[in-house]
Each structure stands twice: as structure tokens, then as C-alpha cells.
Design a binder for this molecule. Structure first.
Ligand code: URA
Length: 237
């Protein structure tokens, strides 16, 4: 099969398709001994030998999908330049080269998907993809109707309005309120910035669901394989 080089790398679990494009442009990929640093190259999956950072990239035929309950204090990258713990430290027993689907901040906990299905990572993290993400946020103060309405209409952060979002109050906790927040995008620190913009900064943040996938009672720091039904659901998105 002849496919684009970035798709080959994504399918092999090296990185998401977008990240693979960056790796190519950075000159880290070679095909049959020649560095390819331009986009547009195609490879024959049966014949061509692709190397990434000097190691042969073998096409993956079996995909694996996991859900992790990320604790606070872990970065969502495969390697951290500052030596902080990464989510990969929690998946030491996983032999496949899985990568996180999107990102949770260092100080955010909750549901994180990981897979070696690069195509799925690409599709789920593409901006046009609007899967609901549900967060439990402990925010300062008590959001009033105005804040709720602002969320419903979209909040301007970094000079651009978000898609409509949902803010529901669950419980008053002294000077904080526990809220359920639903967004459909994955902009950088989006929930924190939205709460800040309506004057109720976040104290703690946890993602509890991505679409129909629910964190359930998976303990902090633990992971599990997704069920066949959950995988079929993700692929149907
Ligand atoms: N929004 C945030 O602010 N942080 C996250 O980690 C996820 C969504």
C-alpha cells in the first residue's frame, strides 16, 4: 500500500499525523537511507524502509487503546524537557508505543486516552472534531446566571470566542463552588481561561468524560484497556 509518510508514521504509533509532519520537517525521518524533510513524500508500506531518529519504524497491525486516570503533577508528553513525571511513567507495563490523545495540563487530573492508533489520534484531536468533554471544576466564588449565560454563548479567550459551552453548579463548598463544565473544543488551558474570564478562577480541575467514555471509578494513577464497545464508539466519531 502506498501512503503518505506522515500517515505511515502515525499508523506505526510514532506520533499523531500532525506531529509526524513536524518530525519530517525537522529532518528526523529517513526513507531508504535518505532524509526526507519535505511534506508530500509517499512510501510503499511493504517495500520502503523508514527510520525515525535512526530506528526502523515497523508498521503496526494491532492497535491498543487505554484510558488513564491522570493524577495532578504529571505532564501529558512522552518525554519532559524538565524531567518532570510524565503520563508514560504510569503506563510502564504497556509494551506498545502508545501516545496521549490530546492533553491535560500538569495540574489537571482525570480521563486521558492513549493509543498507538495514530489515525484515531489525528481524528480525535482535529479542531473540526467536536466531541464533548466534561470536567468537574472547583471554582472560586459562586458563578451567577450571567456567568452561565456567558458560557452558553461562548467566552472570549485569547482574543477568540469559544464554541458554546455549559456551566452547571453542583455544590457549594465554602468559598468555592463545584461545577460541571462541558466544552467541545480542546484549546490550550481552555476551561481555566474561560473560568478566569468570567471571574471565577479554577482551584482544581478534573476531566470525567470524553464523549460517551466515562472515567467511572478508575482509581487515580491507574489505567485500563478500553472495551470493544468503547473502541467501536471512538471509531464511529
Ligand atoms: N482545560 C484546561 O484548562 N485544562 C485542561 O487540562 C483541560 C481543559
Amino acid at each position: 500500500m502506498v501512503i503518505r509518510l506522515q500517515k505511515f508514521l502515525a499508523d506505526a504509533g510514532v506520533a499523531s499525523r500532525r506531529k509526524a509532519e513536524e518530525l519530517i520537517l525537522e529532518g528526523k525521518v529517513s526513507v531508504n537511507g535518505q532524509t526526507v524533510d519535505q511534506l508530500g513524500a509517499k512510501v510503499d508500506t511493504e517495500r520502503d524502509e523508514v527510520f525515525f531518529e535512526g530506528r526502523r519504524v515497523i508498521p503496526v497491525t494491532v492497535f491498543h487503546y487505554y484510558m488513564l486516570h491522570k493524577p495532578e503533577g504529571y505532564v501529558t508528553t512522552v518525554k519532559d524537557q524538565f524531567g518532570r513525571p510524565t503520563v508514560m511513567d504510569l503506563l510502564k507495563d504497556v509494551k506498545e508505543r502508545v501516545v496521549p490523545v490530546g492533553r491535560l495540563d500538569y495540574d489537571t487530573s482525570g480521563l486521558l486516552l492513549l493509543t498507538n492508533d495514530g489515525d484515531l489520534v489525528y481524528r480525535l484531536t482535529h479542531p473540526k472534531h467536536q466531541v464533548k468533554k466534561i470536567y468537574l471544576a472547583k471554582v472560586f466564588g459562586k458563578p451567577d446566571q450571567r456567568a452561565i449565560t456567558l458560557f452558553r454563548h461562548g467566552v472570549t479567550i485569547d482574543g477568540r470566542k469559544t464554541e458554546p459551552a455549559q456551566l452547571e453548579l453542583l455544590e457549594e463548598l465554602g468559598k468555592y463552588t463545584l461545577c460541571r463544565i462541558t466544552i467541545t473544543e480542546g484549546r490550550n488551558r481552555q476551561v481555566r481561561k474561560m473560568c478566569e474570564a468570567v471571574k471565577h478562577p479554577v482551584a482544581t480541575l478534573k476531566r470525567v468524560a470524553t464523549g460517551e467514555l466515562d472515567l467511572g471509578d478508575l482509581p487515580r494513577g491507574k489505567y485500563r484497556a478500553l472495551t470493544e464497545k468503547e473502541i467501536a464508539y471512538l471509531k464511529s466519531l
